[in-house]
Design a binder for this molecule. Structure first.
Ligand SMILES: Nc1ncnc2c1ncn2[C@@H]1O[C@H](COP(=O)(O)OP(=O)(O)O)[C@@H](O)[C@H]1O
Ligand SMILES: [Mg+2]
Length: 237
């Protein structure tokens, strides 16, 4: 167990200081944790997540990854290409590409040629129960399948950290449970730390730690004494 990401007294303003989205947040996350960030809409959850993966820069304070301060776009881009997997709120799947190609794109820029990318993409699709969907485009997949594809793509480069912003937001209860059990399995099988933003307490309850945000500040930060029992794996349509 070692420190993976550390926010030290981080603040983020918008509109020249009129909006304080994040206000003095200090948060240290170990490489074996699953963390839920909860709070009402507009409380600053997505902004914190963006700061954690360098898609946004703090106005104040510092963000460290694996013990090092990360400076500049290029350094963050390199980290995201190799160490951090991101599942966005609206997936950002490339609509003109097949499921397999969506994963191959994530593997571009890393070692290996087209053949290796294809093999790895097919491996991941099979792992997430999407082997038969490889040639389909996102629009031809169900909501749950799209979500699994987004997670498969985020895990393509075997990241140390998986971040997900409201990954179950648009899904029904059953499908959200399976998405969470997939994320939980990724944690166990890939050894990936997980940070998930959610307003769903059932989703939060599946994580080992619950951080509550309101008005850009941490209101509570609790670790479960024992890891909760994972939800049963349910079939996704
Ligand atoms: N790019 C931006 N420009 C201006 N205001 C923003 C921007 N991003 C977020 N905000 C504001 O910061 C606050 C926190 O937003 P956000 O982090 O998206 O909250 P949450 O994800 O918890 O709903 C909100 O008041 C939001 O309107
Ligand atoms: Mg948000």
């Amino acid at each position: 167990m070692s420190l993976l990401v550390e926010l030290s007294n981080v603040g983020r303003d918008f509109d020249g200081g009129r909006i304080v989205a994040v206000d003095g947040v200090s948060l240290a996350i170990e490489d074996d944790e699953t963390v839920a960030i909860v709070g009402r809409s507009g409380s600053g959850k997505s902004t914190i997540l963006n700061l954690v993966c360098g898609l946004d820069r703090p106005t104040r304070g510092e963000v460290r990854f694996e013990g090092r301060a990360v400076n500049g776009r290029a350094a963050w881009a390199a980290l995201r290409a190799s160490r951090i997997g991101i599942v966005f709120q609206n997936f950002f799947l490339l609509q003109s590409l097949s499921a397999r190609e969506n994963i191959e794109v994530a593997l571009l820029g890393n070692l290996g040629g087209a053949r290796q990318r294809r093999v790895r993409a097919l491996e991941l699709l099979a792992h997430f129960g999407l082997a038969e969907r490889a040639t389909l485009r996102p629009a031809e997949l169900s909501g749950g399948e799209r979500q699994r594809l987004a997670i498969a793509r985020a895990l393509a480069n075997r990241p140390k950290l998986l971040v997900a912003d409201e990954p179950t937001g648009s899904l029904d209860v059953q499908t959200s449970q399976s998405v969470m059990s997939i994320i939980g399995n990724a944690h166990r099988e890939f050894g990936t730390a997980v940070i998930v933003v959610t307003h769903d307490e059932d989703v939060a309850a599946l994580c080992g730690r619950r951080v509550e945000i309101s008005d850009g500040r941490i209101r509570s930060d609790n670790r479960m004494t024992a890891m909760p029992t994972p939800a049963p794996t349910l079939r996704i349509r």
